[in-house]
Design a protein around this ligand. Structure first.
Ligand code: NAG
Ligand code: NAG
Ligand code: NAG
Length: 240
């Protein structure tokens, strides 16, 4: 059923994509798309149920859809799989879904759908545009070995930035999208401030993961390789 939903979505998107080919996307405001920078807003969205430590006393500030890769290393066939980091673009889901009565249902399906489209930039962009998720918040990457969430496109000074460290982990639910080659979904995480976070944020939950998991062993793997993934990053900070 999921695959038929996805093929229907892909069909709709190909029609959409073909109508925009060659013509830059026109905003209804005319000219360039109107800048719509999310301020540090008070989001009302309800976080998916988890067994992670709860964000007690914190306020939800952003919900980002991360689309990118988890990077791994293997020295040889007998070495364990190592993690070298991740690289993802973070798209703003929270602003659009905050007052959407369908938000909870949509949130549960967005990561898998986005991942299934991510190998085709045109389809992915079409989906993000149509759904209202195309505004970029920033990027997720690793600073040396520290998971970093740089929401540098948010217009606020200083911009929101989290240097995180893992404080909680749980297996992704068995219903999670296993990824483009069935690798499995990376765990759900709670990351807390590792020092130096700024801009009113200090905690990030990685939820609703799709794909990205490493193979169990290095046998037959290249020295460095990437596994595509999508996830939602729920970003919290002290109440403001
Ligand atoms: C394989 O890599 C591991 C981890 O880097 C290393 O400890 C081990 O000695 C290597 N084995 C061979 C046969 O090179
Ligand atoms: C992960 O892979 C991407 C894409 O090749 C690359 O740009 C990035 O530098 C890699 N990141 C790490 C931490 O290895
Ligand atoms: C970190 O995890 C511990 C153990 O689960 C928990 O008691 C603590 O509240 C967590 N810290 C934060 C900041 O959520």
């Amino acid at each position: 059923m999921l695959s038929s939903t996805i093929s229907t979505a892909i069909l709709a998107l190909s029609i959409f994509a073909s109508t925009v080919t060659g013509a830059p996307w026109k905003s209804p405001y005319g000219g360039q798309p109107k800048p719509r920078s999310p301020a540090l807003s008070k989001l009302q969205l309800k976080m998916p149920a988890t067994t992670l430590p709860p964000p007690t006393g914190l306020q939800l500030k952003f919900v980002g859809l991360g689309i990118g890769t988890q990077n791994y290393t293997c020295d040889n066939d007998t070495a364990p799989v190592g993690t070298t980091g991740a690289l993802a673009t973070l798209y703003d889901l929270g602003t659009r879904l905050n007052d959407d009565p369908m938000a909870q249902w949509k949130l549960a399906s967005i990561s898998g759908l986005a991942l299934s489209l991510s190998s085709n930039t045109k389809l992915l962009d079409g989906y993000l545009q149509m759904s209202g998720y195309s505004k970029v918040l920033g990027n997720h990457f690793f600073t040396v070995k520290i998971p970093t969430f740089s929401l540098s496109k948010v217009q606020s000074t200083p911009f929101p930035l989290v240097f995180g460290k893992k404080n909680g982990t749980m297996d992704a639910p068995s219903t999670s999208c296993p990824g483009t080659k069935g690798e499995g979904a990376v765990p759900w995480l709670q990351l807390v401030d590792n020092g130096g976070s700024q801009g009113g944020v200090n905690t990030v939950y990685r939820l609703e993961t799709a794909g990205g998991k490493s193979p169990a062993a290095c046998t037959g793997q290249k020295k460095t390789f990437e596994v595509p993934y999508a996830a939602q990053y729920w970003v919290f900070g002290p109440a403001s």
